[in-house]
Design a binder for this molecule. Structure first.
Ligand SMILES: Cc1cc2nc3c(=O)[nH]c(=O)nc-3n(C[C@H](O)[C@H](O)[C@H](O)COP(=O)(O)OP(=O)(O)OC[C@H]3O[C@@H](n4cnc5c(N)ncnc54)[C@H](O)[C@@H]3O)c2cc1C
Length: 512
């Protein structure tokens, strides 16, 4: 939700933040040396080099993490002829898109950003009956992306695309280590249902979202904000069924006089409702309806934390269901890069979810018969660890709308940080966009590693723009193409010059 960059701070939060800042200053951080706050210690690792383990796969390309980026990478590499394995700890591809219930795919606000993989995926999703909902094609949601990746359909389509391309998927397998030699990753180690095993590959692509493969292989990483070390807020998303969407729309627009929905979608929504078609409806807590949600707190149904961020979207193909982009667990209490804290955030979020669902059912007309129909099976981590690669993306790349000869995609999605107040500057104007260079996906240290998705080489603020699904997919697509092209032409992955790949073989060509 790009309208809301900030959360209000309570006195309790302010005191905590003050404490954190003071602790940071004692550690040598603080305003003078802001980057120090984001430096992440290396991942604890075990030396598996001499450990005899079964070799499950010996392939050209091994992609670890089957999220939006990793899946795109694996499919794209295989389509270019590389023998590819995709390792995923869950049992569905898509990562946050599917397991995290993250919906909808945000627009890039940059025309021409859809790369061939996205166009192909969108066609396949539309064939499932999950094309864009009426009302999503508005001026507010312009640019590329914007497709509606309904989780259950998407995981099926991803399986089919992998099968067609010849990608071998290894589900239920968690990366636990990497063996490096001569400036390369030689093998990665995975925990499977049978026990530990090794995978050998000529090129490795890290699509874990947490840069875990890169960190196991010794690549320097950062986490959280350079100013205070804190990660973006996490959410635990869920879906509710049994909703009368028309009633919900009328309540927000007519009773609450909330023009959020009306301003964006009034005409299409009214038409869709008249035709009995499922419209695109979004409601959110914002200044015009704040009092309504605040009353829930005053009555004791909700807690203040619950209403910091509330947002809901209808889903195509699920006519009585809404996807909840909440609850958002307080970023001052929980960290996405602390194993124990992240775990506590899940239980905390689950309680928030139950309170929100009860409040909606009891207070929003249209929700009377609603129920929780799906709970995310993956924590909604917006940002965790990010590599330090050959190129380091910064907020200035966004604000200056920078272009690069080795650009792999374009976006104008704003710097969308879910945390306490930050001075984020002006958004790009319509028609402006910036690009992501291939060099932000590769490192100086390891020649056969490519990183794609939300953990590329970027500052905290830059990551807050590149992290959306279409951009992650385009990065993954480029990673797969570069891996296969480099191998076919005897060029190491970190030495591939994207701009030297023939235009017809590139997924994106900069016009910059
Ligand atoms: C709450 C929330 C709301 C958001 N809202 C939107 C939105 O409305 N629209 C939008 O476009 N974007 C949104 N985003 C951002 C976007 O969804 C993500 O940034 C993007 O999907 C990340 O894709 P990824 O492939 O980089 O990582 P992920 O989706 O995190 O995928 C990583 C994959 O790696 C796997 N993995 C991790 N560790 C291991 C391991 N050790 N071994 C094996 N596999 C592993 C995971 O299971 C997962 O499948 C949101 C994000 C969050 C958290």
């Amino acid at each position: 939700m790009q309208q809301s960059f900030t959360i209000p701070m309570t006195r309790r939060d302010f005191m905590k933040l003050a404490g954190l800042t003071a602790a940071g200053a004692m550690l040598g951080g603080g305003a003078e040396t802001p980057k120090a706050m984001a430096v992440a210690p290396p991942a604890p690792e075990v030396d598996f080099s001499e450990t005899a383990l079964p070799v499950l796969f010996d392939v050209d390309v091994c992609v670890v993490g089957g999220g939006s980026a990793g899946t795109a990478a694996a499919i794209s590499a295989a389509r270019k002829g590389a023998k590819t394995v995709l390792v995923e700890r869950g049992i569905s591809l898509g990562g946050l898109q599917t397991q995290g219930c993250v919906f909808p795919c945000m627009p890039t606000f940059a025309d021409g950003s859809d790369t061939p993989y996205i166009t192909d995926l969108n066609k396949r999703m539309e064939a499932q009956g999950t094309g864009p909902m009426l009302g999503f094609e508005t001026d507010t949601y312009y640019g590329g992306g914007r497709a509606q990746y309904v989780p259950e359909f998407l995981s099926l389509v991803y399986d089919e695309m992998c099968e067609e391309a010849g990608v071998e998927i290894l589900y239920n397998a968690s990366l636990v280590g990497a063996v490096t030699a001569d400036g390369k990753i030689a093998e990665c180690v995975v925990q499977t249902i049978e026990g530990l095993a090794k995978i050998r590959a000529r090129v490795f692509i890290d699509g874990t979202g947490d840069a875990l493969l890169a960190r196991f292989a010794g690549i320097p990483a950062e986490k959280g904000s350079e100013k205070n070390g804190r990660n973006q807020a996490m959410s635990l998303r869920f879906e509710m069924g049994g909703i009368d969407v028309g009633k919900v729309y009328r309540f927000f627009t007519k009773e609450l006089k909330d023009d959020w929905t009306r301003g964006m979608f009034a005409k299409v929504l009214e038409d869709a409702l008249k035709q009995g078609k499922p419209p695109f409806l979004e409601f959110a807590k914002w200044k015009k309806n704040e009092a309504f949600f605040q009353r829930g707190v005053e009555r004791g149904t909700l807690k203040q934390d619950d209403i910091v961020y509330i947002q809901a979207f209808t889903i195509p193909g699920k006519t009585d269901t809404m996807s909840m982009n909440c609850p958002q667990m307080p970023p001052l209490e929980f960290s996405a890069t602390d194993a124990v804290s992240q775990s506590k955030a899940v239980s905390f979020g689950r309680r928030m979810m139950r309170r929100l669902a009860a409040f909606f059912a009891g207070n929003i007309p249209g929700f009377e018969k609603s129920y929780i129909s799906r709970e995310a099976s993956m924590v909604g981590v917006r940002e965790s660890w990010r590599i330090r690669g050959k190129y380091y993306m910064e907020a200035a790349d966004y604000f200056k709308a920078r272009k690069f000869p080795d650009a792999v995609c374009r976006t104008a999605y704003p710097i969308d940080i879910h945390d306490v107040d930050l001075d984020l500057g002006e958004k790009l104007k319509k028609g402006q966009y910036y690009e992501i260079p291939y060099r932000a996906l590769v490192t100086n240290e390891l020649s056969n590693l490519i990183v794609a998705g939300r953990c590329i080489s970027a500052s905290f603020a830059a990551q807050a723009s590149v992290r959306i699904q279409p951009t992650c997919m385009s990065m993954g697509e480029a990673a797969g193409i570069a891996a296969a092209w480099g191998m076919a032409h005897g060029v190491e992955a970190n030495a591939v010059r994207w701009e030297n790949i023939p235009k017809s073989e590139r997924s994106y060509v900069s016009e910059g």
